[in-house]
Design a protein around this ligand. Structure first.
Ligand code: ATP
Ligand code: MG
Length: 361
């Protein structure tokens, strides 16, 4: 099969890590008989420099016409770049928000996985580390508190502000479906997280998720209050497979989840919508401090490409081959500088990509 991928290298280390992800995809293509065609798209600071805006209409159209989008990272040093003297909606990061909105991506997936070979960096208790964990946070991305009506005002000499949190059942239903679909490709467990003992949107959330679960009898559903979930992520993360939650809870829990793994530079992410077209990118930023030095760890981007194979193209075996290759390379003690520890071998960005591609071959 032929797949058209819009590739957005972006800023900072973006072009370096994207190069390695393409190297790995090409190797997968050769081995399994797929053709991956890339169209490069400008976004972020490089787009501002070339066109004056962080994402042009034309760039968005190219992304929309593709089968999927692979992104490096956008943005630079806030203090050292003239991009940040622009109004917020014209800065590099605004391009990413416009892209997500333009592609109607309402589901954000962030896997949190304890890499066998990097367990030393995990801040949790020894018995948790021994047992390991591997779960994914599925966060609603386009509704809730961040998109509600808000106001700051003054009344009777008092400064006041409010934000409204609203969801309709359709918004809940479509994200819940993604949660169950993803669980089906994993350990078949969904934990829906809310605050149903206090707020109405959470009560609706809980009801609708339960209704959706009727279509997924093979997936086990449980509910958990968000405060308890925050605690359980530290106490017993091994219990989770898919954590399904609304926008703000997901924002907070997915950051907590990536910290407990101890290896943010290794974690992938995906944003999905109603079609197969998704946006895949590493969880980390553009790391301008190490850009252009062949130091960046390309693994988060390579694992994001694996997610693309799985969720956009339904190429499960190929996705698993990439993940296994990453694990094999880590077993062989090769490390980029961010995950280097005593007795391990230091390699650069390009060499790490070569090693992973070599394992797939
Ligand atoms: P954000 O872009 O999320 O707002 P940020 O710019 O502070 O935040 P990053 O760009 O992710 O975050 O960089 C944070 C630190 O992690 C930097 O020191 C950077 O060099 C390092 N880092 C980030 N990604 C990688 C990577 N892939 N390989 C090596 N180091 C990385
Ligand atoms: Mg950044």
């Amino acid at each position: 099969m032929k797949y058209n991928i819009a590739v957005i290298p972006g800023d900072g280390i973006g072009p370096e890590i994207i190069r390695e992800a393409k190297k790995v995809l090409d190797t997968v293509g050769k081995k399994y008989g797929h053709q991956f065609c890339y169209t490069e798209v400008l976004m972020g600071g490089v787009s501002i420099d070339a066109t004056g805006v962080p994402l042009t209409e034309e760039a968005l159209e190219t992304a929309k016409k593709s089968d999927s989008v692979l992104l490096g990272a956008v943005g630079g040093h806030v203090g050292q770049s003239n991009w940040y003297s622009l109004p917020p909606n014209q800065r590099p990061e605004a391009g990413l928000l416009q892209l997500r909105k333009g592609l109607e991506l309402f589901a954000n997936l962030r896997p949190a996985l304890l890499f066998e070979e990097l367990k030393a960096a995990c801040p949790l208790r020894d018995e948790i580390i021994r047992e390991g964990f591997d779960f994914v946070v599925v966060r609603e991305l386009t509704g809730g508190l961040y998109f509600g009506e808000r106001k700051t005002y003054e009344e009777n000499g008092l400064r006041k502000a409010y934000d409204t949190l609203a969801y309709d059942e359709e918004e809940i239903r479509r994200i819940a479906k993604w949660g169950f679909e993803i669980a089906r490709k994993r350990k078949k467990k969904v934990c829906s997280v809310d605050k149903a003992n206090v707020i109405d949107t959470s009560r609706l959330w809980r009801q609708v998720v339960k209704e959706v679960s009727a279509d997924y009898p093979d997936v086990e559903l449980s509910d958990m209050l968000v405060d308890n979930c925050a605690m359980q992520l530290v106490k017993n993360p091994g219990q989770f497979d898919v954590i399904l939650t609304e926008n703000m809870f997901g924002d907070i829990l997915s950051d907590e989840a990536s910290m407990v793994t101890g290896s943010i530079g290794m974690l992938s992410s995906a944003s999905l919508g109603n079609s197969k077209l998704g946006l895949y990118e590493p969880s980390h930023g553009s790391a301008p401090d190490i850009a252009g030095q062949n130091k960046a760890n390309p693994i988060a981007t390579i694992l994001s490409a694996a997610m693309m194979l799985r969720y956009s193209f339904d190429l499960e075996e190929e996705a698993a081959a990439v993940e296994t290759a990453v694990q094999k390379v880590l077993k062989k003690e090769y490390r980029t500088v961010d995950i280097l520890s005593e007795g391990k071998k230091l390699v650069g960005t390009d060499k790490m990509g070569d090693l992973i591609a070599e394992e797939i071959r």
